[in-house]
Design a binder for this molecule. Sequence first.
Ligand code: GDP
Ligand code: MN
Length: 433
Amino acid sequence: MKLHEYQSKQIFARYGIPIPTGRVASTTAEVRQIAVELGKRVVVKSQVLVGGRGKAGGVKVANSPDEAEQAASKILGMNIKGLTVRKVLVDEAADIQHEIYLGVVINRAARRVTMMASAAGGMEIEEVARVSPEKIIKVLIDPFIGLRDYQTRQIAFTLGLKGDQIRDFGVIANGLYKAFLDCDASLAEINPLVITGEGKLLAVDGKIVTDDNASFRHQDLAAVRDVDEETSSEAEARRFGLSYIQLDGQIGCMVNGAGLAMTTMDIVKLFGGSPANFLDIGGGASADKVAAALRIILADPNVKAVLFNIFGGITRCDEVAKGIVQALGQVPTLVPMVVRLVGTNEEEGRAILAGAKMQTASTLVEAAQKAVAAAKGEEYVAPPPSPPVVYKPRKHRVAKPAAKKTVAKKTAKKATKPVKKAAKKPAKKTTRK
Ligand code: GDP
Ligand code: MN
């Protein structure tokens, strides 16, 4: 789950990270009121769960309550990368001298939590990594001994921090690491961590992404989940216990099992298509769950074909077929569908689907090819059968008499060689002795 900037910064503050004073508002009048209370230059910031709000015009500095109200009227209701701004954070504006990046992530390759920092803060770290990766400092954290002071000092020196800033940075880095652990986060980031005109450090932006697998340990965080900010598909998938990730291709995939889902996506790619999603309906999925999954897939306007790849183990093919028919009753669609059902009750499953207009396939290769063709609006053409293998006896070469001689000579030489060697070896050994 992604936390909003204001939520992340409230958590940071509990770990001793300095943040600007401010509050969240959802109307222009509230924004004005907060600006009056703060009595200073403020910054009005859209609270949407995407990065790059600044570039999109979703962050505005205001010199007076009037300006703050004006800024809010522009930002509230604004669409940033497909999300509507419903809330803004009104913070005391910071006097920014320099912007630093500081983040904690999981480095899978190193199997360590990693702290990353860069003096080139402000811009998105992915951009820094692409353009000038040498500007990113990385420190691997041993899970048993934690983040050590020498490590935070090393980062602080590399960032060019001086005097008290080095000590303050240590507090911030440790706070960020602790917050990351306590939230079961996959990312905790301050971008920018600002050096103010007075030389103080201040977390101006904040981002925390928590691991949903640990959400049962964080009822407090579950309460702040912003469902408005989730796509309706993600929310519905979560309600039905489906693992669903939307992608940007054209072929909707419904598969049971994460491994099989990955394989299906790979094979779709192999045959020139691109998957519209990752969707694992899980083992033993009921008809209701399958119907929900199909509704979610069909809600994506990019989907031009749907591929069902079901391996019936615990999952029963007839249940899946029932779910498909049920969903088609609820969401009539013209999107072509290809089904591959194999395993438990596959005959029953196929019989149920016989009435529905669907292409069937017996192998995954065939299913993927059919889905790719259907997504392009093409007819699937079965590859021509490979020609039968005919046994042709090898022609015997008729050796010429001249060639015969040389062959005989060569074989004769070869035959004598090993004998010669064998004779030499013991001789050598005796000379060495
Ligand atoms: P993001 O674009 O979504 O990452 O939003 P940020 O909160 O990081 O803001 C984007 C940029 O706006 C920052 O990098 C700053 O340059 C600027 N900004 C944000 N807050 C302030 C502030 O309080 N004062 C000033 N002067 N600029 C700010
Ligand atoms: Mn930022």
